[in-house]
Design a protein around this ligand. Structure first.
Ligand code: PEP
Ligand code: MG
Length: 580
């Protein structure tokens, strides 16, 4: 029987394959009985896993340091105490001895029995601790399995070429694993099209449909599906005709993409001879390669969260190597390195301890870096050291106040001085830019600009905050309007602040990588666009064929008329913004 499930397409691609269901966040926990002689070794396994877990937590504590804030430190300490508590560890060891069962099984049983006790006591404090207990048990289980991410579990086959993976939710870290395993397509029950995971899927060209409610229930392991990213559809058990139709569509879209490549070699000038520059957004090594192939002028946004997503905080040396590699890959073209923008949908687990009730409005981006300054210093030192090997610009995410920029610049100066005393000569003029992605920053952009060397507009977050729609929530994605008059006004304000202070303005959110909205930005006076490498050809075509003057007139008219829907504007720019 054929059935079609619908969700929201985040990449336009098509994928054909067989369903593999991934139960969210679960490790495949083995359960087996032991030979009498194997009991001691199994008890030792628990002790070693607990020791490694404790080292991990104390490493995080050390990094969080005094500046980490009371709550984060208290939580970490609480987790260490729970981990060492005889009620958990010793009792789990007893279960191994008494029932001759393996470590994972014993630990799961003991965790469950403590949870049950907590539940029975009906105590508010213990109810809060239940979640901590669960996190600690999970951490030990991962140490036992030597698997920092759920996706390393045995549930996921090593090669996924013909597999459409179906999951509740996926994190950006999961996606990096899946892309290495060459997954054909992805379906998730939750998640919005502008989440970090979705952006990464687009950049890696993995067809993906999000927000397919009850997908895990409705799809059966091994069944055939076609995933149509354009329409956000998942066609179950397609017949031969349908399958042939989609295979042809897939081939023709590949042909179309390769035809578009010819635009890459054209000069970056609009039809009425205004120049523009295209930059790449990259975080994974493969994306730098693709950026070079697309002929970008440099990296406009190097997200660094990737380095923090494998369950460990990277030290200065690891980061230095990653930044140097990026510079090397870009062969002398400038690389704009954004400092850690953990938070919202991109928080590494250990920093999740600083997660508040509403992560998108919480301690994220520069706010987090300024509150965990040891971590921030490591990153700044690594960036500054790499800057001796090629042109680097530092980009500060999630600004709300001018004071934050002042504090960050102060730390940058301190790190530069300490490196100078170690014999490294760091350029004192190294540009420091700020991301304009909160309404406060956009409204106060004229003041922000006085402390910055360039402005970078993060439209993904700006839209989320201006329209009050969670990037991750598929239920409100219908409100997403990339040309909402309120947003257009704020974008115009940023461009004007840049012009007034003679600062470069780059747009690095997804609006820059969409051929329709790129024309709107052109009309607003933007000439620097930064996007995933996969989007460069289409955006270049749109801009090369555009008349900057005509786009400007259309946008100005839209602003002066006021209050209309953005859809008309984008259609008008498509139909009338080109050269005649
Ligand atoms: C943005 O918010 O537009 C942006 C580029 O940053 P990110 O998507 O990483 O939040
Ligand atoms: Mg952002």
């Amino acid at each position: 029987m054929s059935l079609t499930l619908t969700g929201i397409g985040v990449t336009t691609g098509i994928a054909l394959g067989k369903v593999h269901r991934l139960t969210p966040g679960e490790l495949a926990l083995p359960e087996y009985h032991l030979e009498a002689g194997a009991v001691d070794a199994e008890v030792e396994r628990i002790r070693r896993a607990v020791k490694r877990g404790d080292e991990f937590l104390s490493g995080v504590l050390e990094r969080v340091g005094q500046s980490g804030g009371e709550t984060a430190r208290e939580l970490l300490e609480a987790h260490r105490l729970i981990m060492q508590d005889p009620l958990l560890m010793e009792s789990a060891c007893d279960r191994v001895r008494e029932h001759r069962i393996n470590a994972e099984w014993a630990l799961a049983q003991q965790g469950e029995s403590l949870q049950e006790e907590f539940r029975r006591l009906d105590d508010e404090y213990l109810a809060l601790r239940r979640e901590d207990l669960e996190q600690v048990v999970n951490l030990i289980q991962r140490e036992l399995a030597e698997q920092p991410s759920a996706l390393f579990s045995t549930q996921v086959p090593h090669r996924l070429d013909d597999t459409i993976l179906v999951a509740g939710e996926l994190t950006p870290a999961d996606l990096t694993v899946l892309s290495q395993r060459r997954v054909a397509g992805l379906v998730t029950e939750h998640g919005g099209p502008w989440s970090h995971t979705a952006i990464l899927a687009r950049s890696l060209e993995i067809p993906m449909v999000v927000g397919v409610h009850h997908a895990l229930e409705l799809l059966t392991e091994g069944e055939s599906v076609v995933l149509d990213g354009h329409y956000g559809a998942v066609l179950v058990n397609p017949d031969d005709n349908l399958r042939r139709h989609y295979s042809e569509k897939q081939a023709s879209s590949r042909r179309h993409r390769s035809e578009m490549q010819r635009f890459l070699s054209l000069p970056s000038r609009t039809a009425d001879d205004k120049s523009f520059s295209l930059f790449g957004n990259a975080e994974l090594p493969i994306e730098f390669e693709r950026c070079m192939q697309a002929g970008v002028s440099g990296i406009g946004l190097m997200r660094t969260e990737y380095l923090f997503l494998d369950g460990r905080l990277p030290d200065e040396e690891t980061q230095y190597r990653a930044y140097s590699n990026a510079l090397r890959a870009m062969g002398g073209r400038p690389v704009t390195i954004r400092t850690l923008d953990a938070g919202g949908d991109k928080l590494p687990d250990e920093l999740a301890l600083t997660r508040g009730p509403n992560p998108a409005l919480g301690l994220r981006g520069l706010r987090l870096s300024l509150s965990v300054t040891d971590l921030f210093r490591d990153q700044l030192r690594a960036i500054l050291r790499a800057s001796t090997e090629g042109p680097v610009r530092i980009l500060l995410p999630m600004l709300t106040t001018v004071e934050e920029i002042v504090q960050a610049r102060q730390l940058i100066a301190e790190c530069r001085e300490s490196l100078r005393s170690e014999g490294l000569n760091i350029d004192p003029e190294l540009p420091v830019g700020g991301m304009i992605e909160t309404p406060a920053a956009a409204l106060d952009v004229h003041n922000m600009a006085t402390e910055l060397d360039f402005l970078s507009i993060g439209t993904n977050d700006l839209i989320q905050y201006v329209l009050a729609i969670d990037r991750q929530d598929e239920l409100v994605s219908y409100l997403y309007d990339p040309a909402h008059p309120g947003l257009v006004e704020l974008l115009a304000r940023c461009v004007e602040a840049g012009r007034e202070r003679n600062l470069e303005v780059v747009v690095c959110g997804e609006l820059a990588g969409d051929e329709r909205t790129a024309r709107m930005l052109l009309g607003l006076g933007v000439s620097r666009f930064s996007m995933p490498p996969t989007q460069v050809a289409a955006v270049k075509k749109s801009l090369v064929e555009a008349s900057a003057d005509r786009c400007r007139r259309i946008v100005t008219q839209f602003q002066s008329r006021g209050g209309r829907s953005g859809t008309d504007l984008l259609e008008q720019l498509r139909d009338e913004g080109g050269a005649r």
